[in-house]
Structures are given as C-alpha cells and as structure tokens.
Design a protein around this ligand. Structure first.
Ligand SMILES: [Mg+2]
Length: 218
C-alpha cells in the first residue's frame, strides 16, 4: 500500500514538470542566448562584413549618379553614423533614460567606419548631408560635438527631436523632417538608417538599411 502511494505521488509531481518541459514544444528564445549571439555577431566580424556588403552596393549606385548643388543624403545617427555598441556591452544591452543621457553627455559613441568612409566620399563629391536623429533637443549640443569629434565635421543640418513631439511615430517624425528639407529646396538622394522607421515614409530617395540586432525603434 505504501508503495502505491509513492508511485501516485511521483506521477502527480512528475506530470506538471513534463507538461512545462515538453521537448517537442518550440520555446521562445532565451535572453542570455540572444545577448551571446549579438556579441558573437560583432566579435566574429559578421557585422563589419554586412556593413561592407551594404556600402559596396551603395557605392556602386552612387558611381552611376552625379551630385547637383541641392543633392542631399540623410543619415540617422545611432547605429548608423555613431556606434553605441560599447553602451550595450556596458549595460548588458539594457536601457533606461538616465544611463542613456549620461552616455550621450560623455560623447563616447564612435564613428562607424563604413559609414564614415561613405560620408567622406559623398562630401568629396559635393553632396550635402543632413542628420535626422531620434535623440531629443536636450542632446543637441552633445550630439553635435560627438559627431565632430568622430570626424563628421561637414553637414548642413542636425535635426533633433523636440520634446513636445515625442508622441508621433519615428516614421512620421523623420518623414516630416525630410519633407521640410525638400520644401527648402533639397533633393534627397538617399536616406540611411539602422531602423526601417529611418527610411520609410516620404522623400527618402535611395533607402539604405543597416543592421541592428540590439533594439527596434518604431
Ligand atoms: Mg539609429
């Protein structure tokens, strides 16, 4: 009789365990695995080779056209022009506004080499440059100084997001800002960003999407 009780107890405690650990069930990704994959993506050189492949294609497209006086290329900043990968590493890919503000204030973001090479090329060919960033107006001065420190010294405008305009989507904000530039007389030849929200909408010209597996901005 005692043995029977033991068997029943084992079954009762085992069933929920197996229900929760169904080996055939597809599990959602584990955050620790994703962090490791992102680190490996950067460390292995795959991130660089993806950027090289993208910019080789963009350079080819630009070799087919010539700049006019009002030809403009629009760049996003974070993970497009400047890399915050070290910020990701420092905070284990976590985020809150306080640590982000401090990071921006320190101006420690570094130029993404492939973007910098492309930027140098288009500047030498007479294209104008505009930066449109989701960073807010409080970050304007630090962002400008960080860009200049990293060699992005020539640009027509740096557009940061007004604090009272934080409710609209990134697509709407960036698209509206591009529309204003067109209204001023620019012709946007290309828009480059690491988010789809950087390059969708209106007046984008050639759309160049760079890789970013750390976060999504909608
Ligand atoms: Mg970005």
């Amino acid at each position: 009789m005692k043995k029977h009780y033991s068997i029943i107890l084992i079954i009762l405690f085992t069933l929920p365990l197996w229900n929760g650990c169904d080996l055939n069930k597809k599990e959602i990704p584990n955050l620790a695995d994703i962090r490791a994959q992102i680190k490996e993506y950067h460390k292995s050189g795959k991130y660089d080779s993806d950027l090289n492949r993208i910019f080789n294609r963009v350079n080819l497209e630009f070799s087919k056209i010539t700049s006019k006086e009002n030809s403009l290329v629009v760049f996003d900043i974070d993970e497009t022009t400047l890399s915050n990968y070290q910020f990701g590493l420092d905070y284990d890919f976590g985020y809150n506004e306080q640590i982000w503000d401090e990071w921006v204030r320190q101006k420690k973001a570094v130029a993404i080499k492939q973007t910098k090479d492309f930027y140098d090329m288009i500047i030498s060919k007479g294209y104008k440059v505009a930066f449109i960033t989701g960073r807010n107006t409080n970050h304007y001065i630090d962002t400008k100084e960080n860009l200049i420190k990293e060699g992005f010294t020539v640009f027509d405008t740096l557009i940061t997001r007004r604090m009272d305009d934080l409710k609209s989507s990134a697509v709407t904000y960036k698209s509206n800002e591009r529309n204003k530039l067109v209204e001023k007389g620019y012709e946007i030849v290309a828009t480059i960003g690491d988010q789809y929200s950087d390059i969708l909408g209106t007046n984008h010209g050639m759309q160049v999407k760079l890789p970013n597996y750390q976060y999504i901005v909608n």
